[in-house]
Design a protein around this ligand. Structure first.
Ligand code: KG4
Ligand code: ZN
Length: 354
């Protein structure tokens, strides 16, 4: 493989990620310091705590990423960094680190949108992994993370047309909130997946907000329904009014399965419909929720049924990491894009317009 060797930095949310990626595909190293344990006691991210943790870990993560790849900064062709969207304080840690490295070593600086990073994760190859064909255009990409849920059409690299997006909560946010309702740990996504896998009865029915005729999504009604369904289950178990008593594990599993099935059903149905409408030759999916096994299985089956190639990164590349930023950065670098030292955090940076 050839192409630029990019040092890529991601710090938009609660993972400090730094990677070395060659040619927008081949990972040479990809180090992620996760703050999950740090935020578990609060059941969510406290922005100041996140920013401070990035500051604490970003240089050790940088050292490890360079050491794993067996290179020095002198070997890289560019330094890339997520400049939005995300938490301002967290973004600034990555941006200032990237600017400093670029300035000290005289390397070009490239700003990357975090959301396109989630899309471009589908291009990545692990060290030593066999080559496989790249996703082909036109394609439809579904990004489902803790902060975002949307479908875009891409007719070429870096060209995004928004097909639909959530009108309220992101899919990951729904997983996290319903996980809390079910008394599961933080973050809710992986916990719901684990609990749902143990369900022996698959009868729990959760509503689906289809928003017919559009590719938009809505998950806030599902969250409200989940609260009602959990209350009913507690009443049936005779534990209403005793919040200190947990629902039996088998009941939690049934409800986790029902919730996951609802989210998966809507995400997969809309993605397949969008792929058909766009005459897509491939479907790409990314973001933390794309790590979900039920979603991956169902989309794999339905994309095969449609005869469209599907590119899903392995779970560790669906959640936030530096390699996905390196994958997107290569395209921007090769298109001649360079950021100045005035590159600033853009907490609400959009990816695409309709
Ligand atoms: O992309 P990401 O790491 O960070 C953001 O950019 O938001 O996504 C984090 C989200 C969380 O809401 C988490 O619960 C969800 O992804 N998630 C999952 C799974 N793993 C992570 N949701 C469902 N199933 C999973 N296995
Ligand atoms: Zn993300």
């Amino acid at each position: 493989m050839s192409g630029p060797l990019i040092l890529a930095i991601e710090s938009s949310c609660d993972e400090t990620g730094i990677a070395l990626v060659e040619g927008g595909r081949r990972i040479h190293s990809n180090v992620v310091a996760s703050q999950v344990a740090l935020h578990a006691p609060t059941g969510g991210i406290v922005p100041e705590v996140a920013a401070r943790a990035h500051l604490r870990w970003i240089l050790p993560v940088l050292d490890e990423a360079l050491a794993d790849a067996g290179v020095t900064v002198a070997d890289v062709d560019a330094v890339a960094v997520t400049h939005g969207p995300g938490l301002a304080g967290s973004l600034l840690v990555g941006i200032n680190t990237a600017k400093t490295i670029a300035w000290v070593h005289g390397k070009p600086l490239v700003g990357v949108n975090h959301l396109e990073g989630h899309v471009y994760a589908a291009w990545l190859l692990d060290p030593g992994q066999d080559e496989r064909p790249e996703p082909v255009f036109p394609l439809v990409a579904l990004v489902v993370s803790g902060g975002h849920t949307f479908l875009v059409e891409m007719r070429d690299h870096l060209e995004y047309r928004l097909l639909g997006q959530t009108v309220d909560d992101a899919a990951g946010e729904a997983f996290d909130k319903v996980g809390r309702l079910l008394g599961l740990g933080y973050p809710g996504g992986p916990e719901i997946q684990r609990s749902a896998a143990a369900a022996t009865s698959h009868d729990a029915e959760f509503p689906r907000a289809w928003l017919r005729g559009s590719f938009d999504f809505s998950f806030s009604g599902l969250k409200t329904a989940a609260r009602r369904i959990v209350d009913t289950a507690r009443a049936e178990e005779g534990i209403a009014g005793t919040p200190e008593v947990a629902l039996p594990e088998s009941r939690v599993a049934e409800l986790a399965w029902g919730f996951q099935d609802s989210v998966t059903d809507v995400l997969v149905s809309k993605t397949i419909r969008a792929a058909r409408a766009a005459n897509a030759r491939s479907i790409v999916i990314g973001g933390g929720v794309a790590a979900n096994a039920a979603l991956r299985d169902r989309l794999t089956r339905e994309a095969a049924g449609l005869g469209v190639a599907l590119a899903i990164p392995r779970p560790g590349l669906c959640t936030d990491n530096g390699a996905m930023i390196g994958a997107a950065a290569a395209r921007r670098f090769e298109a001649g894009e360079r950021a100045g030292l005035d590159l600033d955090a853009r907490p609400s940076l959009p990816l695409a317009a309709r």
